[in-house]
Design a protein around this ligand. Structure first.
Ligand code: FE2
Length: 195
């Protein structure tokens, strides 16, 4: 049985952080970075059912704060899979758990093609930040062509329910979407028999 105590400790730490930061974005990002770095420093706590890839990339909810101040999601990219260019509308951190992924930022440029940033590779243990104030639009791809890559994402809302946008990079035209989640059940953080 997988010992998910690192995830439980992360959720406990995030709950404390949400209380003490009182909604301050900079404090949430700084505190989440430390907690997430610890969480992705080992790869032995994520139950197998939240690591499965599929015909498109998967986003498995691991935990949502009851007050929806933050959510934790396992993103699984199969070989060669990629997201569309998209935004988040809230702060978010990406911690690389397994494999590697390529992130590329985009910025609108009127009605013309979006301005594309350089491609940056996230390796195991690396952390990236997105937010409406720090740059919120990007595209993410699996850097590996022969196996799945997994990253743990933390957002300042119940991200699966947030109305946000995908963009046509050729025109910058936005289209609204709500991502939802790939799973119907979440990990049982409170079965202490395995830890
Ligand atoms: Fe994203």
């Amino acid at each position: 049985m997988t010992d998910i105590s690192p995830l439980r400790d992360f959720v406990t730490g995030m709950t404390d952080l949400a209380e003490t930061s009182d909604g301050d974005e900079n404090a949430m990002i700084a505190g989440t970075r430390d907690l997430l770095a610890k969480l992705v420093s080992r790869d032995d706590w994520l139950p197998e059912e939240f690591t499965r890839d599929g015909d498109t990339y998967r986003q498995y909810l691991l935990h949502c704060d009851p007050k929806q101040r933050f959510s934790v999601v396992s993103f699984v990219w199969g070989p060669g899979q990629t997201t569309p260019v998209h935004d988040h509308m809230v702060w978010g951190l990406i911690g690389m758990l397994r494999g590697a992924e390529i992130g590329q930022r985009f910025a609108p440029d009127g009605d013309g093609p979006m301005i594309a940033g350089v491609e940056e590779t996230l390796e195991q243990g690396d952390i990236e930040v997105v937010s409406p104030t720090l740059g919120d639009i990007h595209k993410v791809s699996n850097a590996l062509s022969d196996r799945a890559s997994i990253s743990i994402h933390v957002y300042g809302a119940n991200i699966g329910a947030v109305s946000r946008h995908v963009f046509d990079p050729a025109t910058g035209a936005p289209k609204e979407f709500i991502s939802g989640y790939s799973n119907e059940t979440v990990p049982n953080l409170w079965d202490l028999s395995g830890s």
